[in-house]
Write a protein that binds this ligand. Structure first.
Ligand SMILES: *Cc1c(COP(=O)(O)O)cnc(C)c1O
Length: 362
């Protein structure tokens, strides 16, 4: 069957070069070959995360580390900043871990604002907060720097940030922002196969983790640090992913971070223009649109155009492209188009042409 090219917001297309690296013959994960591989990618990983801290590799999807962060860093109560499906679910996950948790919910389509976070932190009840930088379900980017600035006023609060669908698409300055955890998955803007999550922790986060009970083993941050010091992971990692990551880092640094960031912004702007040009409005509050995907309103707001989304998806798929028909409670009233990873003006142009054709066929 012909491959349908992915323009859903994860997983995204994986290049042949990355796949070739992924299928490098296996090595032992306690041998020097693996340690050398692990050590070799650290400098670029740290540059990507804008940190001097080690970057850890977890063989899991992002949720493993998201749950792990809760288990490692919450002893009193966590504030879950919620503005879409993934950030809403993090609250549920905290509760399932048996933690005291409080929801800071804003309507889907809105970002999290620092003023709302501050009002909660000022109560003094919280020792951690979770924030999703780029809420993939709604296509909204929350103002990370504005929120992270609160860390100076509330240094005891662990700032846990999910950059699953934004890492590599715009600068995320872990050290300068003073964050405690920053995590990402492999299958979003990194354009790798799913199955690995990357994260970094502040020294304060590791010190705190060491004092928290019931961290478990698989996602114990203290274990990641202990093993990381020997250029290893706590348990057997997906070694193919580590080779793929090494290859991907080559690509990213060959292109250059600034160029990669500019490309993501440009392509997101092209998609927004495509939508406006066809009478659609956007789901995110203006000024908070994601640079990795575009969440388009299907007539729900501001008198925008209305289409049959499943039919649109089918007509696009018949031309070889997969777009997303909306996530959770906004399925059908929105659709999403991803530009994350390795896309270019040329490849996005092919997608817009297919979308144009599909709209003519509706
Ligand atoms: C995809 C996504 C997740 C979940 O990632 P998994 O790899 O499915 O665990 C979490 N947060 C955000 C922002 C995402 O886009």
């Amino acid at each position: 069957m012909a491959h349908i090219k992915l323009h859903i917001p994860g997983p995204v297309e994986v290049s042949e070069k990355t796949f070739r690296a992924f299928r490098t013959p296996m090595i032992g994960h306690r041998g020097q070959g693996f340690k050398d591989l692990y050590a070799a990618i650290q400098p670029r990983l740290r540059e990507l995360f804008c940190t001097q801290r080690p970057v850890f590799l977890s063989t899991s999807s992002a949720w493993g580390v998201m749950e792990g962060a809760i288990r490692n860093l919450v002893s009193r109560k966590v504030l879950n900043c919620m503005c879409g499906a993934f950030s809403d679910k993090w609250y549920e996950v905290a509760r399932r871990c048996g933690k005291a948790a409080e929801a800071l919910q804003v309507p889907w389509g809105s970002p999290i604002r620092a003023s709302a976070v501050e009002a909660k932190l000022a109560t003094g009840q919280f020792d951690a907060l979770t924030l999703i930088h780029n809420e993939t379900s709604t296509g909204v980017m929350s103002p990370l720097a504005e929120i992270a600035a609160l860390k100076r006023k509330y240094p005891e609060v662990m700032f846990i940030v999910d950059a699953v669908s934004s890492l590599t698409a715009l600068p995320l300055e872990f050290d300068a922002l003073g964050l405690d955890v920053l995590l990402a998955g492999s299958q979003k803007a990194l354009a790798m196969p799913p199955g690995v999550a990357l994260f970094t922790c502040s020294a304060a986060a590791l010190a705190k983790a060491a004092t928290v009970n019931d961290r478990g083993y698989y996602f114990d941050f203290v274990e990641f640090d202990k093993n990381g010091q020997q250029s290893m992971t706590p348990s057997t990692p997906s070694i193919g992913h580590v080779y793929a990551l090494q290859s991907k880092l080559e690509d990213i640094f060959t292109e250059g971070l600034a160029a990669r960031y500019a490309r993501h912004l440009r392509l997101a702007q092209l998609t927004r223009q495509w939508a406006a040009g066809h009478g659609f409005t956007l789901f995110p509050e203006p000024g908070f649109e994601s640079v990795t995907l575009t969440c388009v309103n299907n007539g729900a707001k501001a008198g925008g155009r209305v289409v049959d989304v499943p039919k649109l998806q089918k007509l696009v798929k018949d031309q070889g492209f997969l777009i997303d028909g909306g996530y959770g409670k906004i399925k059908g009233t929105t659709f999403r188009v991803s530009n994350m990873g390795d896309e270019t003006e040329a490849t996005m142009g092919e997608l817009y042409a297919a979308l144009d054709n599909a709209l003519r066929g509706l």
